[in-house]
Design a protein around this ligand. Structure first.
Ligand SMILES: [Zn+2]
Length: 118
């Protein structure tokens, strides 16, 4: 059993490594265009509830599928650039930009994705 890792769904410690996955997330736009970066996520399988999930490395925000750097970028441009403009250059939905720029909504989303069901 893996040490220090618990199931995201049932909090069981009976989790095993279940391969690695290549994933893409959004990063800071370059030249005004959306940018994707590739990373490798560790996939885990829970022997207790049978569910599997991907563990994202530090610096990647799973709830919004973006890097911390992009989140900071979007927050930094709050009130300085039109939200629609940020959405286009980052390749995100307008609503996602609104959530990221609103501290309350952002924390709510972050917590919702981390919450264990069980
Ligand atoms: Zn589980």
């Amino acid at each position: 059993m893996a040490q220090g890792v618990v199931c995201e769904f049932c909090s069981s410690e009976k989790v095993v490594k279940n391969g690695r996955l290549k994933r893409f997330v959004r990063d800071i736009p370059r030249g005004g265009r959306p940018t994707l970066v590739e990373f490798v996520a560790q996939n885990w399988l829970c022997r207790a509830c049978g569910k599997s999930w991907a563990e994202y490395p530090p610096g990647v925000e799973k709830w919004v599928q973006a890097t911390d750097a992009l989140i900071e970028y979007i927050i930094a441009y709050k009130g300085k650039k039109m939200q629609a403009e940020i959405a286009t250059e980052c390749g995100l939905k307008l609503n996602t930009v609104k959530i990221i720029q609103n501290p309350d909504l952002r924390e709510k989303r972050r917590r919702a994705k981390k919450r264990s069901k069980g």
